[in-house]
Design a protein around this ligand. Structure first.
Ligand code: GLC
Length: 636
């Protein structure tokens, strides 16, 4: 009965989503058979979860929600696999975590496999981590503790060793059509004229010659990651079945990896094509029919105007992903910290199109990937900057090559043709903590000691300020594993030959459990302050209804370039967030707080510490070095 009702409700979405195919109704019929089979196989506890989530559709939007992302084997005690992840539940709960993204853990090809993003079998767990049953057990253990499991669905490509690719290599024509294969360079050359290169350093070009295939196969990322031909409805049905299969293992959030690249079109960058959203809508409709507890998260690292489409604009409103990475916010935070100026961020984030109130951003300071300086030229020129110059300033700054910078990032994928250069490095190393600690260890004079201590303090404050913006945005703030203890760059990242070419491994070390224990024991140490600060941010966040993701974050032009300001207007009252993005104390006039923030400075508290804000004699608010302030009216 429930199934029939859901089909009635979502059939229209399914069929219209399948419009890119010749016979959408036929494909929808095939997909529905898969959905019916998966529905029958779905366990009772998951059916119950479906009911529960339908009664609380905003479960992922709530202020209590904090996320955490990690590689299973780098989070769990060494050698314990998926079972060991459960041992970290206490740690995650301590940080307020209700959502855990475990990095790719389905069976990949042997190394190199792009950290698991080259999947050889979607229905098997990596043998060293456990089995599919272990994954199921972990999902339900986490759920019992209030943590939703998020897994990657790598749907743009499979490994060259995946059964479909092997069949294609063996000459099976049906499977050859699962990929974009060309007998010669004519079409690849034509496409490449407008395709950007993702990994120009270690995987130049977007096509790879395969001897067995006797053809050029489309490989947007590495040569061993073969792009799937989503214009083939059989590919749609295969992946739809994988979605339903993973939902039935108890996965609650699917991260749609590299989703922007799904549909190819000559003469374009083959990213963000309208068909991507149509097909996502069809996949979503199927998931809603079978497993409404499952939600989608789009991993589209694209410009603001394209990005909002992944959360549903126009006819796709409410029909595609519920979550998407806020890449721009992340970039703007690092940009503000480098330039000590909020004007670019205020302009760029201020003109961000609105996202549907039923969706949420994934906000983050760092993740497993590099940082690409997604600063729009038009945004830059609106605040009298030159886009390319600012982007190259950011690269130099975070590599520590700019005067006064203490960052220790590494250049990633320098592209001489475009001048583009991205950055790898952990949050703490980019914030200058590594260099500050190194200096502190070597000082011999009192002045030197004071200077070094204040450099450490500044770095800690920068990390916490960055995270305060991330936690204060609404949506799901996601902590990258290790950031809770200010993990520095991994000096040994290149020792593993399979990783040696890809310096993103510099910020992907194993979670140092001794550091976690030390941070808990010594809250005054640098790592202790970061740990305590993040825990506190999660607690305060949970107490503020203003931070529900349905309430828009409104960026407001602040009276000082050194202050970044965000206003959230909720029926319970306003929340005005002020961030001093510099090491110099700042003041914000009382009239501005009243007029713009709708808050009286003498009748408010800073929710971050529960006290009234520090006021200057003239009533303006005083913000110390890198201080975040979350002002709410004091009604008591
Ligand atoms: C996504 C992942 C990245 C990976 C790429 C190819 O962008 O975040 O790590 O290299 O997809 O799967």
């Amino acid at each position: 009965m429930t199934f029939a009702l859901r089909v009635e409700r979502w059939w229209g979405d399914l069929v219209t989503g399948l419009a890119p195919y010749n016979d959408p109704v036929e494909t929808a019929g095939r997909a529905l058979e898969l959905a019916a089979a998966a529905y029958l196989q779905r366990q009772d506890d998951l059916h119950l979860l479906d009911e529960k989530r339908s009664l609380e559709p905003d479960w992922f939007q709530r202020p209590e929600m904090v996320g955490y992302a990690a590689y299973a084997e780098r989070l769990a005690p060494e050698g314990t696999g998926l079972a060991g992840v459960a041992e970290r539940v206490g740690h995650l709960k301590d940080l307020g975590v209700g959502y855990l993204h475990l990095m790719p853990l389905l069976q990949p090809r042997p190394e190199p496999n792009d950290g698991g993003y080259a999947v050889a079998d979607y229905r098997q767990v990596r043998a060293d981590l456990g089995t599919m049953d272990d994954l199921k057990t972990l999902a339900s253990t986490l759920r019992a503790d209030g943590i939703s499991l998020c897994l990657d669905l790598v749907l743009n490509h499979v490994a060259r060793e995946h059964a479909w690719a092997s069949a294609a290599r063996a000459g099976d024509q049906r499977y050859r059509r699962y990929f974009h294969v060309y007998p010669d360079r004519t079409l690849p050359d034509e496409y490449e004229r407008t395709l950007p290169e993702v990994f120009p350093d270690f995987a130049p070009g977007s096509f790879t010659w395969d001897e067995e295939l006797a053809g050029w196969v489309w490989t947007t990322f590495n040569s061993y990651q073969w792009d799937l031909a989503w214009d083939n409805p059989d590919v749609f049905c295969e992946l739809a079945d994988v979605v339903l299969f993973l939902a039935n293992q108890g996965v609650e959030v699917l991260r749609l990896d590299a989703i922007a690249f799904l549909w190819k079109r000559r003469g374009t960058a083959s990213q963000n094509e309208p068909e991507v959203h149509q097909l996502t809508q069809a996949l979503r409709a199927l998931a809603r029919i079978t497993a409404p507890a499952l939600i989608f998260k789009a991993e589209a690292i694209v410009g603001p105007t394209e990005l909002v489409h992944y959360l549903g604009q126009g006819r796709h409103y409410g029909r595609v992903s519920d979550l998407a990475y806020h890449n721009s916010l992340m970039v703007q935070i690092w940009s503000m910290l480098a330039s000590r100026d909020s004007r670019l961020a205020t302009h760029a984030l201020g003109r961000f199109p609105a996202n549907p109130s039923t969706t949420a951003w994934i906000t983050y300071l760092r993740c497993h990937d590099d940082i690409g300086w997604a600063i729009d030229d038009a945004d830059a020129s609106a605040v009298m900057l030159e886009g390319w110059r600012h982007r190259s300033f950011l690269s130099e700054f975070y590599m520590g090559a700019f005067a006064g910078s203490t960052s220790e990032g590494l250049a990633f994928q320098h592209n001489p043709a475009t001048g583009d250069q991205r950055i790898s490095g952990s949050a703490a190393s980019l914030a200058g903590l590594g260099s500050a600690l190194a200096v502190a260890q070597e000082v011999t004079t009192i002045e030197g000691f004071e200077e070094a201590t204040s450099a450490v303090d500044d770095a800690v404050a920068r990390i916490l300020l960055g995270y305060a913006i991330v936690y204060g945005w609404g949506g799901i703030p996601v902590l990258w594993s290790g950031d809770e203890v200010a993990t520095l760059n991994d000096a040994a990242w290149a020792k593993d030959p399979a990783h040696a070419q890809d310096n993103r491994w510099v910020h992907r070390p194993r979670l140092d459990w001794a550091c976690v224990l030390e941070a808990r024991e010594d809250p005054a140490s640098a790592i202790g302050r970061v740990y305590t600060g993040l825990r506190q941010l999660a607690r305060v966040r949970a107490s503020l209804p203003h931070l529900h993701a349905s309430v828009p974050a409104q960026v407001v032009a602040s009276p000082e370039p050194g202050i970044f300001a965000v206003l959230r207007r909720h029926p319970v009252g306003p929340l005005l967030e002020l961030y001093n993005i510099t090491e110099t104390p700042q003041q914000v006039p009382a009239w501005w707080v009243r007029e713009v923030g709708r808050i009286n400075v003498d009748q408010c508290v800073d929710a971050l510490n529960g006290y009234p804000p520090n006021l200057e004699r003239d009533g303006s608010i005083h913000l110390s070095t890198y201080q975040p302030v979350w002002l709410v009216s004091d009604r008591s």
